[in-house]
Design a protein around this ligand. Sequence first.
Ligand code: SF4
Length: 314
Amino acid sequence: MKYVFGPVSSKRLGQSLGVDVLPPKSCTWNCIYCQLGKTGEYVTERREFYPREEILEEIRQAVEEPAAVDWITFVGSGETTLYKGIGWLIRETRKLTSIPVAVITNGSLLSEEDVREELLEADAVLPSLNAGSPELFDRIDRPCPGFTYERHIEGLVEFRKVYRGMLWVEVMLIAGVNDTAEALQDIASALEKVRPDTVHIVLPTRPSTESDVRLPAEEGLARARLVLSQVATVVHPVKGSMNLKNTADIIETVTAITRRHPLQDRELRHALDELIPDEPDQVERLIVRLLGSGKFKTVTLQDGEIYWVPASDA
Ligand code: SF4
């Protein structure tokens, strides 16, 4: 499939069937922690990048398959709401299935009224809020020229006023950048204005655009929980496990996932173990087959964690 991938395990959404509505990489920001590499040229104009009927047809086919899916998640190779017609896709998807629909977004375009309206029918919207000051916002999210922190907050506040679904704000916690007491107090003040249903603290566990993006120490994570929970319910989601049981073609499935984000080697091996229980030799053979396909390579981070990425990635 061209647009639909997974289901993949998501820290926030369990088994999530992804729908990617953008050509890579199309984004309004260039975050230091991005898993998709640097933003070459900012994209700020909303477009129907692919025919909406084509995308919906793939969703229709995917939901007809008997697979354990907790959420259908619109998530772009960049900023999802750049897709003009996301509202139509959400509406039509909800007519097809009772599986709830989520939208992962950086939230930048919520400052536009038509974007806010298009997201109203989603069951959950997950925007980012990584900073409580313009300086830190520019340092972490590196938005397109002219896009301000004030505009970002205003968009989130305006959306909350009209949105009745679940607003789960995501805070990417980066060691030495936004895990200090001062930075967290600023984020808490911003969250007070936005009034999300919950705040999800997420960590830069995957290879990032900038090599100095580090996981916070236990102390930073504890501080974030404490400070942010004074203004909102804080969730630090536990990682789910990937399910490959309904996969017809493993190489295609792993290709679709790694095109969107790096895949942890441990997670892949665990999913293969569950697919072929008590057959470690077969699992190894599958790993060799996957690597032999020439479509992937592995990278090892400084913490020793191994990830699968597309072979074409630098
Ligand atoms: S992390 Fe998301 S918002 Fe930031 S640059 Fe990457 S795709 Fe864009």
